[in-house]
Design a protein around this ligand. Structure first.
Ligand SMILES: [Zn+2]
Length: 241
């Protein structure tokens, strides 16, 4: 009799656990769907939610914030901007080093400029939507277009450009080649505290294809160590933990 009672009690408990687990799973799926739609801008009132992405850790300092597909820009992240002569903006704290780097590159006969600096999350969303539209115009379904766009464009909230400490640097190709600029940057940017954020040999870690134009400020000490040891930012941050 007692063992039968225990048996039914256990059965009831199992049933309760199953119900709770089911509710959790359903809730998770629902929230994930809402979050996805929000990121895609399909729910405008909550359009900057990254519900299942952790916020980037700011404890190593503003210059070592790691933002990628796993960690989004902290909510309400504030940045003081300096406008460059071509209208692009960057975090004021990186401006002196950026200017020095450009002056020194120009002294060696290179012509380069910041193609893209700071972006708001809305800018990032617009870029994503434009790219999706391009693929749809090419005949892809909306779902396929979104998937393709995400291979090339960081999801809103996860681009380093939203921090203001990343810049896309291009050559003025009427005066010098892109290769000349990219090579100079790869060999010298670390001296000014900038790293090539998405190198060819770290694609598996960064999840981003080789971008020889995208430079990210981390500070001179960190850049020097990363250059010496051949580490990408994800790897370097691990060494700090
Ligand atoms: Zn970039």
């Amino acid at each position: 009799m007692r063992s039968y009672k225990r048996y039914t009690r256990r059965k009831r408990l199992l049933k309760q656990i199953a119900v709770v687990a089911l509710v959790f799973i359903l809730g998770f799926v629902l929230l994930r769907a809402v979050s996805y739609m929000a990121i895609q801008g399909e729910i405008p009132m909550i359009n900057s939610f990254n519900l299942f992405r952790r916020e980037a850790d700011t404890s190593f300092g503003w210059n070592l914030i790691l933002v990628n597909d796993d960690y989004c820009v902290p909510r309400n992240y504030e940045v003081e901007l300096t406008e460059l002569s071509n209208g692009e903006k960057v975090d004021s704290r990186i401006y002196p080093q950026l200017q020095q780097m450009f002056d020194d590159a120009r002294a060696e006969g290179l012509e380069l400029f910041v193609r893209e600096g700071y972006r708001t999350t809305q800018d990032q969303k617009d870029i994503m939507n434009e790219r999706i539209q391009q693929y749809q115009d090419e005949g892809y379904s909306r779902g396929e277009a979104k998937k393709l766009a995400k291979e090339y464009v960081a999801e809103p909230g996860t681009s380093e450009h939203e921090l203001g400490i990343a810049v896309d640097i291009n050559a003025d190709t009427s005066k010098c080649s892109s290769d000349a600029v990219y090579t100079w940057l790869a060999n010298n940017a670390y001296k000014y505290g900038f790293i090539k954020r998405y190198p060819d040999n770290k694609i598996e870690i960064t999840g981003v294809n080789n971008e020889p134009w995208h430079y990210r400020y981390v500070g001179v000490d960190a850049a020097l160590e990363m250059q010496k040891k051949g580490l990408c930012l994800e790897e370097y941050i691990e060494t700090l933990k």
